[in-house]
Design a protein around this ligand. Structure first.
Ligand code: G6P
Length: 611
């Protein structure tokens, strides 16, 4: 939530900051702004998307070699020009941008008001900035020192960038809970919420840690902790190509990312799985195999789509490894004093690796002694670093706000982890193990076959033209897929949709069935198939619109459906990786038909760094 960018060096800062904001717009898009230093401080901001800011700035003097920019997802105060960042300090000398939430801002604001300050926005950010300047003036100290003092009083999460007109080549940055990456160029530095604004200039980056403060100048990067001790920057090489963060000829990131899945799943399997040799190589699992096989319980902690991946994994791990699994919403888990016992393993699932609730849930569990295994997409992210061990999903940068390729990457990793544990525990027969390895290896090709028929989904999407609601029903491994299908449709087309276990439909949702209600069945051939066909009949009898995702060769389901989409046959454990693809396409095409911005759906943000 909220994207931040900064630059200091010999180049023009504005074009770099603007391009960076466009790359980070997935993090929030209700207003944006820039602050530039050049013979004084200039701040420009605008409600709306980054393109609105860009248009607003045509013809303005934007010359500057040091600048910061922000794209906002509103927390405190409505989206508006005045609540947009950067904010300016009372003297007009400092500008600051912020990603996160200052929880005790109201108390600090009260103190500042009693000192005579008045505020021009409703934001917590402006309060922190005023507080910093107040400390600087009263303590006669450097800005760096004032930031340090202020942050010691702050409760909450932040990544802040500050510039000072009296020090025009310096950016001061600090983080706790919200991400910050610093790119190291030759005589220049780039700062951003993730590496995407940096990648085209340098591959050398430093991921700033919590409670660290960075003093960034063109030819100098000083990292310190809040105790004013220097910290050695740990330089990492980015393993990401520019093409991965561009649309590459597609109309939207979402459809590009859906179509990337044959290769992202392949990337996830590559170097790990060898069906012929019967091996899966995953260092994070191998090095901790005792902890994983002896786990008394596995707790999946995640949010959103990643939580759905956890639900699929629950079915797989319980079936293959015979270990009890619980799947927890991170936001609930962190607040309810969960029972964590010795021998519990937490599997944290996150695309961004920066979701605030998941991070805190893990910190709490870690403190209580749990072993944390991270299944993360964003390399070097907070959750990846917080985990004791893990496995990356290798799906590449996911920019469309609705998660697609990250989900199939998560399923791929979690299935491999389950297979490795099951093999080590001997809870799987060798035959089943080898079959599943082969099935996994075949997934990229099967996904490619599904995507070749993507056009068929366009006509299925027309069945949603008049729909205000929709139901998604599945059983067993496909039940979480039904939840994911409903979530995707909600996010992208704003149609109210619910996912249900197909049998549970009789306990309520069936009351909604009318001639205009689309009911999507995920009805691939599995051990529950006959049962779900009966459920289809029940909807058909009540004149609902039946749409079914079926296995090739199923002759019965089409007779009960208004529309069907066939996918290649697969073992039921593997099926979710295939059956979710038509549902991703469906939400995309329904959203497009309605004329919505599918990459930046209303009110959503990709990386939820506030709780
Ligand atoms: C947001 C995104 C979802 C994502 C969820 C969890 O809601 O829009 O696509 O599934 O956060 O994010 P994470 O990065 O932890 O997987």
């Amino acid at each position: 939530m909220c994207g931040i960018v900064g630059y200091t060096g010999p180049r023009e800062a504005y074009p770099i900051v603007l391009k960076g904001l466009k790359r980070l717009e997935y993090r929030g898009y209700d207003s944006s702004g820039v602050a530039l230093l050049n013979a004084g401080l200039k701040v420009y901001k605008k409600k709306g998307k980054v393109a609105d800011l860009e248009e607003h700035l045509i013809g303005k003097d934007l010359h500057s070699n040091t600048g910061i920019g922000h794209t906002r997802w509103a927390t405190h105060g409505e989206p508006s020009d005045r609540n947009a960042h950067p904010h300016i300090s009372p003297t007009g000398k400092l500008a600051m941008i912020h990603n996160g939430i200052i929880e005790n801002y109201a108390l600090i604001k009260k103190e500042l008001i009693s000192k005579g300050y008045s505020f021009s926005s409703d934001t917590d950010t402006e309060v922190l900035l005023f507080f910093i300047e107040d400390i600087q003036i009263n303590n006669h100290c450097s800005l760096e020192e004032a930031v340090r003092i202020a942050l010691k009083r702050v409760v909450g999460a932040y990544c802040i960038l500050l510039i000072d007109q009296n020090d025009p080549e310096t950016i001061i940055a600090a983080r706790k809970g919200s991400p910050l990456v610093i790119g190291i160029g030759k005589g220049e530095h780039f700062l951003a919420s993730d590496a995407s604004p940096i990648i085209e200039y340098t591959k050398e980056v430093v991921y700033v840690n919590d409670y660290e403060l960075a003093i960034v100048r063109p030819d100098e990067l000083i990292l310190k902790n809040l105790g004013n001790e220097k910290v050695t920057p740990y330089i990492t090489k980015l393993d990401m190509e520019l093409a991965a963060i561009e649309k590459g000829g597609y109309d939207h990131f979402m459809i590009k990312e859906i179509h990337e899945q044959p290769s992202t799943i392949q990337d996830c399997l590559r170097g790990r799985i060898d069906a012929q040799a019967g091996t899966i190589t995953m260092a994070g699992v191998e090095q901790n195999i005792d902890k994983l096989t002896n786990a008394k319980r596995i707790i999946m902690v995640a949010c959103g789509t990643s939580w759905h991946a956890g639900l699929v994994a629950e079915y797989i791990i319980e079936e293959l490894c015979r270990i009890p699994v619980e799947v927890e919403y991170a936001s609930e888990f962190r607040y309810r004093n969960p029972i964590i016992q010795e021998g519990d393993v937490i599997i944290a699932i996150s695309q961004s690796g920066e979701t605030a609730d998941t991070i805190v849930a893990l910190e709490n569990a870690k403190e209580k002694g749990a072993f944390i295994f991270g299944v993360v997409n964003a390399v070097g992210s907070s959750i990846a670093r917080l985990s004791h061990a893990g496995a990356y999903t290798h799906a590449g940068p996911e920019i469309g706000v609705a998660s697609t390729k990250a989900f199939t990457g998560q399923l791929t990793v979690l299935t491999m982890v389950a297979l490795k544990i099951a093999k080590a525990k001997e809870t799987i027969t060798n035959e089943k193990y080898l079959t599943l390895l082969q099935e996994l290896e075949a997934v990229p090709e099967k996904v490619a076959v599904i995507l070749q028929q993507a056009e068929q989904i366009k006509s299925i999407a027309t069945l949603f033209d008049k729909a205000g609601d929709a139901l998604f029903l599945g059983r067993g491994y496909n039940f979480p897929v039904a939840l994911e299908g409903a979530l995707k449709l909600k996010e992208i087309s704003y149609i109210h949709a619910e996912g249900y276990p197909a049998a549970e439909m009789k306990h309520g949702p069936i009351a909604l069935v009318t001639e205009t209600l689309p009911v999507v069945f995920i009805a691939t051939k599995d051990s529950y198939h006959e049962k779900i066909v009966s459920n289809m009949q029940e909807i058909k009898a009540r004149k609902g619109i039946v749409i079914s995702i079926i296995t090739e060769g199923d002759a019965i389901s089409p007779t009960l459906s208004n529309a069907t989409f066939s996918i290649p046959a697969a073992d039921e454990i593997i099926a979710p990786m295939l059956s979710v693809i038509p549902l991703q396409l469906l939400s995309y095409y329904v959203g497009i038909a309605k004329g919505f911005d599918v990459d930046k759906p209303r009110n959503l943000a990709k990386s939820v760094t506030v709780e």
